[in-house]
Design a protein around this ligand. Sequence first.
Ligand code: ADP
Length: 485
Amino acid sequence: FRRISSMANFITDKAYINGEWRSVPGSFNVLNPLNGEVVGKAADCDRSLAEESVKHAHAAFQSWKNTGAKTRADVLKKWYGLILANQECLAELVTKENGKPIKESMGEIAYAASFVEWLAEEAKRTYGTTIPTSNANKRLISIKQPIGVAAMITPWNFPAAMITRKACAAIAAGCTVVLKPAEDTPFSALALAKLGEEAGLPAGVLNIIPSSREHAQEIGEVICTHPDVAAVSFTGSTATGKILLGLASSTVKKVSLELGGLAPFIAFESADLKKVVANAMACKFRYMGQTCVCANRIFVQESIHDEFVEQLIAAIKNELKFGDPLDSKVTFGPMINEKAVQKVESQVEDAIKNGGKVVCGGKRGKLGGTFFEPTVITDVTPSMRCCNEETFGPIASIIKFSTEKEVLAMANDTRSGLAGYFFSNDVAQCWRVAEQLEVGMVGINEGLISAPEAPFGGVKESGLGREGSQVALDEFSEIKYMCWG
Ligand code: ADP
């Protein structure tokens, strides 16, 4: 597989529409969160380019839907190989766009590629059913068919993996895609499209229309209301998800949403404390806490509370290294932008005002910019903002509890339900708690749970539908029932 020589070759001020790299009238700057330097100028698409993309995607769908499953799988497998061959420069691009420590960005590209591979394999497994009938003169069959044009809006925290997890599921199913990447991270999406083109994706099957924040709303309106779009898939904030869900109702589209979480992370007293601390570090502080499945509320049983806090602080001091995220030794970089830092800062202030104790960090980082110190707050109560509002930053909010019943009530007392984690060596408790937690995904003695073969998604206001796994293509398929007389 061909390696693109450097990251700079992936930076383009063009959009990718109907197989062409299109110059568009407007542009916007993409900034490096480390220092505010311009990574590059990106194409600022608008309503009319969104409409045009839908038109091309709709035309391309008429032939892509009739390709054989193996044809689609072969293109995806080639794409997978190209992504891995370019892992280093794609990772560098992710780090430049969103400040993710380079080791984690390498991990993200491998994770992004793993979806392409998995979904290539799933392209060949869209089985239908034959249905035993009560009427001897009829024969009943169901088949799965691609739903049509799928519109997608993706976030900045996984600028590569969210593209492949969504777009490849649709493409594998026989759909075509119009995708608007986040304004902070458009180049990763365009880089993947470039490799998809090289892998042999026909024109119009994947269209990438970056836009500035100013145009996000109008693009959202076009793709969520256009009669030629059949499905909408969004990952981002709950507030935006609700707007898009409302828009999609006018034409009754199939909607998949991956929205905010408020993940409970529960440490019961029977747990292996070392393991709890190691997983809390990974689950809370990877990418500076900026993932939707990051631990948001850390519940610790009273008998192990003090020791847990002590060990967590020691791990923060020993293991996290601040600096330029392109440096492979660095594990803690800048946050995405000033707004994100202000949110974290205000949650800390609110916690202090209401009796929380900051026992580690709590301030902006010494390196300035959007660095914020990894923070531990104890004596947190459910009424504090750090406990009832998604943090999306490096604050470990610790809540002490005494009984399983009490902690389950607190953990479930929210409208969010994405991921949840707990640690226990009591097998009966593991079954009870895993079944009682009101979330879409549970980590049992495990803080890192994402995998292409596992169903990713939430309950309550954390989302609709699942990504990855053996049900991934269902989001982009319709079941057609045939009754033969
Ligand atoms: P965040 O606060 O993390 O940026 P958002 O939900 O605002 O989360 O952004 C996620 C994605 O949704 C981005 O691609 C952004 O451009 C897009 N977006 C934000 N607001 C709207 C909107 N009103 N309509 C359509 N897309 C939007």
